[in-house]
Design a protein around this ligand. Structure first.
Ligand SMILES: [Zn+2]
Length: 385
C-alpha cells in the first residue's frame, strides 16, 4: 500500500540545527544513540541504519554512495533550500516540537514555523521548566507553586507536555510526603553551584512535580508524552519500561489524563497491552523507525498491532538536528506501515478499506484527535495577566 499521498502530522520531533551547527556536526552522530567517541568512530559506520541511509542520502543529493561524496554534496548545498526540499519530500504538514533538547543550537519553534514548509507547534518539556525555577525558591512548596502557575499560564499556547523522567529517576513514579520532598530539595540546593541550572536527579522532587503537572494536564486537557523504551545511554533501560506507568493509569485522581508512550521499543508489546486496557494510554512508533533494520521496524509495527486498538497508535519521526532525519523517518514510516497493513489484509485481519482508514489514523487522524487544535491568533486566550 503506497501512503505517499497522506500528509503526516508528526506529533513528536525536535527542531533542526541553525546552519553553523549542521555544517560541523559529523554525519555518524545522526545515526546512533551512542556518544562514546570509540563507538561513533569505529562501529557506527558498520550499523545497518547508517549504511542504508548513506545510500538514500546519496540518491537525494545525486552523488556516489560514499561518505566523502555525501559530505561534499552536503557542504556544497544551500542548507535552507535542502531543509525545505526534504520536508516537502517527507510530506509532513504539521510538526509538534519538544524544544527542551540542545536549546540554543536548534531553531526555535517560531523559526521552524516560519522558515520551513509546515506548521510547527510547541511541546513543553516539564523537567526543563522545573530546573529553570530552582534558583528562585528556597522552599520546595514555593517552587512547586510557581511550577504549577507557569504550566497553567502557558498551557493554552501548547500542543502538549513532555516528561523525560525515564532519563532521570525512571518511570516508577511514587507519592512522597512533604518532609521527604523538602529534605531532598535542601540536599539538592546544598550541592548546587551558584547560577548553575541543575540536571535534576532527585526522585522525591521529580516524582512530586510530575504528579502535580499531570493533574494540571488532566484539568486543561493537554496530552503528556513520556519518553519510554530505548534512547541514549543517559537512560537506564530497565527503568524505562512503560509497564511502570501502571500506577498513573490506575490513579483515580488522574482519570481523563492522556499519556502518550513515546518510542516503546523494545517494550512494544507491553505498551500495546497498556493501550488496549487503559483509556488514557497511547502508543508512539517513533525512533525505532527509522533506526532499526527493516526486519526490526517491521516487527515493531506488527507487535504494536498485536493488541493495541488502531485508534491508540501514532506515527512520528522523532527527528532532530538535521532535516535528513525527517526525510528518512517519513519515508520508512510510510513504507513499513504500508507493508504491515498489506499483511493484515493478506491474512484477513483487516479489509482493504479498513487498512486504508488505519493508515490515515496512524499518520495523522489519531494525533489530530488527541492534541488540542491551535489557538487562533485573533481568538481571546485564557493566558492570565
Ligand atoms: Zn525525541
Amino acid at each position: 500500500m503506497n501512503l505517499d499521498h497522506i500528509p503526516i502530522l508528526d506529533h513528536h520531533a525536535h527542531a533542526i540545527f541553525h546552519e553553523a551547527g549542521w555544517r560541523t556536526a559529523p554525519l555518524e552522530s545522526y545515526f546512533t544513540e551512542a556518544y562514546d567517541p570509540e563507538v561513533l568512530e569505529r562501529h557506527t559506520p558498520h550499523g545497518i541504519f547508517y549504511r542504508r541511509s548513506l545510500r538514500e542520502l546519496a540518491e537525494f543529493y545525486g552523488c556516489e554512495p560514499q561518505r566523502t561524496a555525501v559530505d561534499a554534496a552536503r557542504q556544497a548545498a544551500d542548507y535552507l533550500e535542502v531543509a525545505q526540499r526534504m520536508i516537502r519530500g517527507a510530506n509532513i504538514d504539521t510538526v509538534l516540537l519538544d524544544d527542551g533538547l540542545f536549546t540554543g543550537e536548534l531553531m526555535s519553534v517560531a523559526e521552524s514555523d516560519s522558515l520551513l514548509p509546515w506548521q510547527a507547534r510547541r511541546v513543553l518539556r516539564l523537567e526543563a521548566v522545573l530546573a529553570g525555577l530552582v534558583w528562585q525558591h528556597d522552599r520546595v512548596s514555593d517552587l512547586l507553586h510557581s511550577f504549577e502557575s507557569h504550566l497553567r499560564q502557558v498551557a493554552p499556547t501548547l500542543a502538549g507536555l513532555k516528561s523525560v523522567i525515564a532519563y532521570r529517576t525512571g518511570l516508577a513514579v511514587e507519592k512522597w510526603d512533604a518532609g521527604e520532598v523538602q529534605a531532598a530539595y535542601d540536599a539538592l540546593k546544598r550541592d548546587l553551584k551558584t547560577g548553575e541550572t541543575p540536571k535534576l536527579t532527585s526522585k522525591p522532587l521529580l516524582d512530586t512535580a510530575l504528579l502535580l503537572a499531570l493533574r494540571v494536564a488532566r484539568d486543561v486537557d493537554l496530552p503528556v508524552q513520556f519518553h519510554t523504551g530505548y534512547g541514549d545511554p543517559d537512560l537506564d533501560l530497565r527503568l524505562a519500561n512503560p509497564l511502570h506507568l501502571r500506577s498513573l493509569f490506575e490513579d483515580p485522581d488522574l482519570r481523563g489524563l492522556k499519556i502518550v508512550m513515546l518510542h516503546c521499543y523494545p517494550f512494544t508489546r507491553e505498551a500495546g497491552y497498556l493501550a488496549s486496557v487503559y483509556p488514557g494510554a497511547y502508543l508512539d512508533l517513533s525512533l525505532s523507525i527509522p533506526f532499526l533494520s527493516q526486519h526490526g521496524m517491521r516487527t515493531h509495527v506488527h507487535e504494536a498491532l498485536h493488541l493495541s486498538p488502531l485508534s491508540k497508535l501514532l506515527f512520528a519521526t522523532d527527528a532532530s538536528r538535521t532535516p535528513e532525519l525527517f526525510y528518512l523517518g517519513a519515508r520508512w514510516g510510510r513504507r513499513m506501515l504500508g507493508e504491515v497493513l498489506d499483511d493484515t489484509v493478506r491474512v484477513g485481519d483487516l479489509t482493504a478499506n479498513e487498512a486504508e482508514e488505519a493508515a490515515v489514523m496512524l499518520l495523522r487522524g489519531n494525533a489530530s484527535a488527541l492534541y488540542p487544535a491551535p489557538v487562533q491568533p485573533n481568538a481571546p486566550t485564557q493566558v492570565q495577566a
